[in-house]
Every structure is written in C-alpha cells, then in structure tokens.
Design a protein around this ligand. Sequence first.
Ligand SMILES: CC(C)(COP(=O)(O)OP(=O)(O)OC[C@H]1O[C@@H](n2cnc3c(N)ncnc32)[C@H](O)[C@@H]1OP(=O)(O)O)[C@@H](O)C(=O)NCCC(=O)NCCS
Length: 155
Amino acid sequence: MNIVIRREKTTDYRIVEELTREAFWNLHFPGCVEHYLVHILRNHPDFIEEMDFVAEFNNKVIGNIMYTKPFVTDEEENKINTITFGPVSVLPEYQRKGVGSALINYTKEIAVKNKSNAIIILGHPHNYCKYGFKNSRDYLISDTEGRYPVRAISA
Ligand SMILES: CC(C)(COP(=O)(O)OP(=O)(O)OC[C@H]1O[C@@H](n2cnc3c(N)ncnc32)[C@H](O)[C@@H]1OP(=O)(O)O)[C@@H](O)C(=O)NCCC(=O)NCCS
C-alpha cells in the first residue's frame, strides 16, 4: 500500500478519534475507551506533540500513532526519560496491510535520530519483537511491582 505518514493536524482530531474508536470497538470489552484516551492525551503534559503521526492512503487518514513520555527510576531514584507509544490504530478495513508496521518503524527511526533513551511498551512478543523490541528483563527494567511484563528497546 502506498501510504503517506505525516504529523497529525488539528483538523484530523475528530477523524483520528473516530478511526481509533473503529479500531478498538468491542476488541477488549463491549465498546471501547481508546478514542477518549486519544481525545484527552493531546492535552496531557506527557504527550509528545512532535511524535503524533497519521497514515494517509489516497488522501484519507487511515491510521495514527501517538507517543507519551514515561520514565524509568534506577536504584538511586534517578529518573531516566523514555518514550512509549499508544494507542496505535488502523481502520479495520486497512488492517494487516502493513500500515501499523510502517507507523511503528517510521517513529522508531525518529526516536533513534533523536537519541531517545528507549521506547518502552507493554505488549505481546509476537507483535513487537519483529520491530526489534526485546524483553525488558534483558535490561533489568521491571514494572513498579517488580514484574517484567514489558518489552523495551534501546534507541
Ligand atoms: C495493531 C494495529 C495497529 C496493527 O496495524 P496493522 O496495519 O493491522 O499491522 P500490520 O499489517 O503492519 O502488521 C500486522 C501485525 O500487526 C500485529 N498486531 C495485531 N494485533 C496487534 C496488537 N493488538 N498490538 C500490536 N500489534 C498487533 C500483528 O503482529 C500482525 O502480524 P501478524 O499478521 O504476523 O500476526 C491494527 O491492527 C489495529 O489498529 N488494531 C486494533 C487496535 C490495537 O490493538 N492497537 C494496538 C494496541 S495500542
């Protein structure tokens, strides 16, 4: 598919919220909340405006990826800034055609260029190891409960 990836504009807001709702509708439970998350995330202090991208196909917005800034704390309680993405959404009729992968790979390259310390995400190995993500246990990065449900990548 010949897609164009570009920054999200204010005129895309409603379209992106609607495509997010379509992508997540009835996926984890009846209905979904992710479109509301997108709505409130843009005004959150941890939102990274310059890492908010849409994918266009034939001038139609069909996908979106958004990043925020979590942090990791080391043994000395120093905060290490990292980034994470989500939601990442593709309109159902365009899924499994490479759009989601293109959004992840495109933004991963930007993270590398920007020398971000790491992209840390929670997700299944099948879905993320193919992009180079590794188990966070390899980096001794756990969640606040000391568990290792997350995958991390050094960028
Ligand atoms: C996940 C999603 C963004 C992937 O976009 P896509 O354009 O369909 O993905 P691609 O065609 O580039 O790649 C397909 C891969 O997506 C991955 N994928 C499927 N569901 C996924 C999920 N919930 N989270 C992450 N990756 C997922 C799979 O690894 C799949 O590979 P496979 O066919 O070998 O199983 C899209 O399917 C979607 O919007 N799903 C609903 C919303 C969602 O679950 N978002 C992710 C969590 S925030």
